[in-house]
Design a protein around this ligand. Structure first.
Ligand SMILES: Cc1cc2nc3c(=O)[nH]c(=O)nc-3n(C[C@H](O)[C@H](O)[C@H](O)COP(=O)(O)OP(=O)(O)OC[C@H]3O[C@@H](n4cnc5c(N)ncnc54)[C@H](O)[C@@H]3O)c2cc1C
Length: 396
């Protein structure tokens, strides 16, 4: 099969399936590079997926220092972190609204000897990679953030880590896209797409390219013009459940994102988020009171002022995992169909970098060197598609 080149004069028509942070960021980038874009989502409104259940931390340094065994992911995270200031400004400008982007930096704290060793290894990893990091004594930590009056021995300040409010982020992205002329089609579960020279959607619309950004749900099936299956070669999504609770904001809450080894606190203006469990293979969204109580206990240990805060809400979200915990970004075994999947615990952070990679591939036919490690066909256990893309009209 040979697809028309995306670099021809008429704008390329792209369907993005999934209106989470990944799909919307991809749509914005494609639109800004001249594509005609339509986003489909099965939800009746924005926020049907996991993004609004996230903490909104942009932990480029924290995640990067911790990811010693996946240097490509570390590099992608760092690149994403560098893109975020402009990405945030662009969304806020185009939507005329705030996403509560904060660049106060994140704190990492240690409570005991074992965590002191962990803190030191994080600091050393940051320094080895030229990531800014400040070592803080317990007193210096409290001077940075007066809420940390609990059992803290020492800490780090990671000045390049940031955060946003993920609820506002999705709302503003959707508003920005509407203003840019991107079609947002809600209440549309896309289950089957007919491929050929173009892609025929169930509503009768046709597109030159398709981007799969379906998060933890299974991606739609593709069939050929005579209805023979077209395997994408994608592995099954690996769900990782995360439970989180939201407390009422007060003067006693930390001003920064605070990480310990087993809990984090992410303060927003609407609430203080405390998270999160990581339950591999679980895709139910049941909230377990004992798990929430344990998260709260650990948060109160370092920020005692949270002890009496009113619980406003709690929830569970399903992180879209992959067999190696790294995302799937790039063309699938069906020429013209690209994956933007498997962002696991860092989809908010990685959104602008994913969008950049996908848009370059569709518009310019260029595969970013940063993307090589995230080839969606790197696993042997996909849906039995041949691991070749012969016949694709896209440049590699
Ligand atoms: C508790 C918790 C805390 C987290 N904290 C952070 C954090 O601090 N920072 C961070 O970077 N990440 C965090 N994450 C991870 C982050 O939430 C995800 O990586 C990210 O939101 C994934 O975005 P997405 O767009 O791929 O998926 P989603 O937001 O789930 O979007 C997918 C969309 O696709 C739609 N869809 C699916 N199938 C179809 C179909 N067939 N047809 C039409 N529509 C379809 C869904 O309705 C959904 O809206 C956290 C996750 C959890 C659970």
């Amino acid at each position: 099969m040979s697809l028309p080149s995306a670099s021809r004069k008429a704008p390329v028509r792209v369907a993005v399936i999934g209106a989470g942070v990944i799909g919307l960021a991809v749509a914005l980038e494609l639109r800004s590079r001249g594509a005609e874009v339509v986003v489909y989502d099965r939800g009746m409104e924005i926020g049907a997926g996991v993004t609004i259940r996230a903490a909104g931390m942009l932990g480029a340094a924290f995640e990067w220092a911790a990811e010693d065994d996946n240097r490509a992911l570390a590099a992608l995270s760092r690149h994403a972190g560098m893109l975020w200031p402009d990405f945030a400004a662009r969304i806020e400008r185009l939507s005329s609204g705030s996403i509560e982007y904060s660049d106060e930096g994140a704190l990492v704290v240690a409570r005991n000897d074992a965590e002191m060793d962990w803190l030191e290894s994080l600091a050393a990893a940051c320094q080895a990679r030229d990531l800014p990091v400040d070592r803080l004594s317990a007193a210096a930590l409290r001077a940075q953030d007066g809420a940390l009056t609990g059992a803290v021995r020492a800490g780090l300040l990671l000045p390049e880590d940031r955060q946003v409010d993920p609820v506002l982020l999705l709302q503003r992205l959707a508003a920005a896209l509407s203003r840019q002329g991107v079609g947002l089609r809600f209440g549309r579960q896309v289950e089957r797409i007919v491929g050929g020279q173009t892609f025929l959607f169930p509503d009768g619309d046709r597109f030159d390219r398709v981007v799969l950004a379906t998060g933890a749900q299974s991606a739609p099936a593709f069939v050929g013009p005579r209805h023979a299956p077209l395997p994408t070669g994608l592995p099954a999504v690996l769900p990782v459940k995360g439970q989180m609770l939201a407390l009422a904001p007060s003067d006693a809450m930390p001003r920064h994102v605070v990480h310990t080894r087993d809990v984090y606190i992410a303060p927003k203006s609407r609430w203080v988020l405390i998270g999160a469990t990581a339950e591999r293979g679980r895709s139910d969204t049941t909230v377990v009171p004992a798990a929430l109580a344990e998260l709260r206990r650990k948060a109160v240990e370092i920020a005692p002022g949270l002890a009496n805060a009113l619980e406003l809400s709690s929830w569970a979200g399903i992180r879209p995992g992959s067999p190696d915990d790294a995302p799937l970004i790039g063309e699938t075994a069906v020429p013209g169909v690209l994956a933007a999947l498997g962002h696991y615990r860092n989809g908010v952070l990685l959104a602008p970098a994913t969008a950049e990679i996908i848009a370059s591939q569709i518009i310019d036919g260029k595969v970013s060197p940063l993307a090589a490690a995230f080839d969606p066909l790197r696993f042997d256990n996909g849906d039995e598609a041949p691991h070749s893309r012969s016949g694709s009209g896209l440049d590699k």
